[in-house]
Ligand binder design. Structure first.
Ligand code: NAD
Ligand code: ZN
Ligand code: ZN
Length: 337
């Protein structure tokens, strides 16, 4: 089979490899779609922390079952899978949080992923496609990241939810905050992305952090209350530190975005709010199923996300162009026959 290997930062090559054979407890998939995400772009740029090369990228995947021993799954079925492989034994796994397993292996990050014609995955990771298309199924993982953050925040009806960062992850958080009944406010520094929020996913309130007084605008929008939930989806240290000040008294702040530095905030300001700070890592099967259910019910329209589309054979040539913000990539989707 053909595989695409990221050999070192900036270098891809197509290679031939043995088609994997499904071992017991594993399922062989014929890959149909590969969604490209920030992690893949950073791995290619060489800016993804703790990344080893060579690596086959790709973790936003959908495919068709070639061979499986998973109960209830059949050959030919369209599926996606939860690409965070867990140990099943550690404290997190024992407590129903395999998404933050102490020895988590993410497909396409820590181990080889799906930029290949076939991939063998643990059978426990499979998720039924439920009649969705391969495009839709490849978008479940990135949307589940935002859905998980919203679940961590325990968003309830009619509360204001500020989502900082309107990239694909933030957009997912906005959609699932809305589905949970929240009143969504999008904050970004990129007008093109804020326009996308308003025009494509129906976000009512958008704020540009470069050109507007953010605290004042948030106070106006929330009648002086400020948002009871803030979700960071920038991964930008300055944005993360600033947003502590946007939180309502009694509010929750969820960090979905990720960066390498140390967060700093005023303890008295945090204390006086009796605020809650949480991180949100990956997603669980329940989030995947929630996303699939929401797609089936038309609450999220995955078509809006796909801005670029290429065949597997073109990835090597096109990949670098997706790094350029001028190309307006939200989600690039790779197709295999
Ligand atoms: N929780 C998880 O498991 C998980 C999974 C995938 C990605 N992530 C993280 O989520 C974050 C977002 O991912 P993405 O792919 O959507 O990234 P992205 O780069 O496409 O989007 C980030 C957005 O933040 C905006 N931004 C940057 N600085 C800002 C600032 N100071 N104020 C306001 N907005 C600002 C950018 O304009 C951009 O639109 C990243 O940190 C990524 O590592 C987390
Ligand atoms: Zn991803
Ligand atoms: Zn574990």
């Amino acid at each position: 089979m053909e595989i695409l290997v990221c050999n070192t930062p900036g270098s891809f090559s197509y290679e031939q490899a043995e088609t994997p054979v499904a071992k017991p407890g594993h399922t062989l998939l014929k890959i149909k779609r590969i969604g490209i995400c920030g992690t893949d772009l950073h791995a290619f740029e060489g800016t993804q922390p703790f990344f080893n090369y060579p690596r086959i990228l790709g973790h936003e995947l959908s495919g068709e079952i070639v061979e499986t021993d998973a109960p209830g799954f059949v050959r030919g079925e369209a599926v996606t899978f939860v690409p965070y492989f867990n140990c099943g034994k550690c404290v997190a796994c024992r407590n129903g949080k395999p998404n933050c397993c102490t020895s988590l292996k993410v497909s396409g990050v820590h181990i080889d992923g799906g930029m290949a014609e076939y991939l063998s995955v643990p059978s426990y990771s499979l998720v039924h496609g439920d009649g969705l298309s391969f495009d839709e199924l490849a978008l479940v993982e990135p949307l589940a990241i935002g859905a998980h953050g919203v679940r961590r925040a325990d968003v309830h009806k009619d509360e204001f939810v500020l989502v900082v960062g309107a990239g694909p992850i933030g957009l997912g958080a906005m959609e699932f905050a809305r589905i949970a009944g929240g009143k969504v406010i999008a904050l970004d520094i990129n007008d093109q992305r804020l326009a996308f929020c308003r025009e494509r996913i129906g976000v009512e309130h958008t704020v540009n952090g470069l050109t507007e007084d953010v605290a004042q605008r948030l106070a106006e929008i929330t009648n002086g209350d400020m948002p009871t939930v803030v979700i960071d989806a920038t991964g930008n240290l300055r944005a993360i530190n600033s947003a502590f000040a946007y939180l309502a008294h009694g509010g929750r702040y969820v960090l979905v975005g990720l960066q390498k530095g140390e967060i700093a905030f005023s303890h008295p300001e945090f204390h006086k709010r009796e605020a809650t700070l949480m991180s949100s890592r990956n997603a669980t099967r329940a989030d995947f199923e929630h996303v699939i259910h929401s797609m089936k019910n038309g609450l999220v329209d995955p078509k809006t996300y796909i801005t670029h589309r290429v065949a597997f054979g073109q990835v090597k040539d096109e990949f670098e162009s997706w790094l350029d913000p001028a190309n307006g990539v939200i989600k690039a989707m790779v197709e295999l026959g």
